[in-house]
Design a protein around this ligand. Sequence first.
Ligand SMILES: NC(=O)c1ccc[n+]([C@@H]2O[C@H](COP(=O)([O-])OP(=O)(O)OC[C@H]3O[C@@H](n4cnc5c(N)ncnc54)[C@H](O)[C@@H]3O)[C@@H](O)[C@H]2O)c1
Ligand SMILES: [Zn+2]
Length: 338
Amino acid sequence: MTTFKINTSGAECKILVGESIENFTSLVPEHAIVITDENVNRIYGKVWKGFKTIITTPGEKHKTLATLEDIYRQLLDFGVDRSGFILGIGGGIVCDIAGFAASTYMRGIRFGFVPTTLLAQVDASIGGKNGVNFHGFKNMAGTFSQPNFILSDPEVLKTLPAEELSNGFAEIVKHALIADAEMFDFIEENAENMLQLNPEVINHLIKRSVEIKSGIVNRDEKEKGERRILNFGHTFGHAIEKVSGISHGKAVALGSVIAGKLSVQRNYMNEKDLNRIIKLLECLELPIKFQGNKNEVLDALFKDKKREQDAIFFVLLQGIGRAFVEKIMVEELKQLNF
Ligand SMILES: NC(=O)c1ccc[n+]([C@@H]2O[C@H](COP(=O)([O-])OP(=O)(O)OC[C@H]3O[C@@H](n4cnc5c(N)ncnc54)[C@H](O)[C@@H]3O)[C@@H](O)[C@H]2O)c1
Ligand SMILES: [Zn+2]
């Protein structure tokens, strides 16, 4: 088990990686309210037996103001006041909703997270962003607000469907690609152990991911500059996800290959690094070649919010472990072979 602290805009957050989910009790007051979803509650609910619990319906379409309102109502029914504490236990959706509820209920009460998907452990629970969707727009309403702690237990990943695991793998590879060449070597050496959910390997990757993401967020909390590199693979990734309906992780893997190709085309990265990236994604059972309609992807891409007139902010690589942002003209993207 590793414990460390991260700091964002003065708020301290305790990170526990490899800690048993059962030990959350030592981190929260007795009157803490658990927010979780139906799936997670069905599998692990006995762990928080005795705690007042709010159970949400899983799925992105329930990440809404209506769900938030329902949560406020239940918090009031439970008599929660400003001394209250909310513990979000679940995937990224639960973390986003619970974090938003806690940071707005009575102008903000304390909260913590036990992320139970790999994506939430390596990405969604970190950085202090939370929110809900509105009228089909993702994360339209939300706040920046840090939890008191994040407890990640790799054991809970054993009940996760394969597709959910691969969502986390794609973000782990992203962290290595943008910031840590050694982590990339480690993943190459341990890809098989990763797929088998070897706890030591997974714990190391969660820890590095937390350090990398929180480091970047810390230096750029409100997404003015450096934080943009966390979007590596996501510009094309989001467009592909939208038009093809494939999972987030698969789309990000495809987006990462495309960003890698563009980096080679512009002579920032050598072909050898690109081939290593492709091989690693394949080892992790992630796709590397987009099979659908490219024009649809480009259409979706040009509607992207990061577009500035005829150019798009794009995250490129100078090599494995070194990312930077560059404006790319729409015309060049149209010519791209992917
Ligand atoms: N705030 C941020 O910085 C940030 C970053 C990335 C993603 N996100 C958000 O995260 C969300 C996606 O999160 P996600 O990928 O974790 O999806 P999710 O929360 O929908 O969880 C995936 C599925 O797995 C189930 N589940 C969770 N833990 C389980 C376990 N241990 N065993 C079995 N089933 C389990 C859930 O009930 C759900 O059906 C999106 O809404 C996205 O916007 C937020
Ligand atoms: Zn992502």
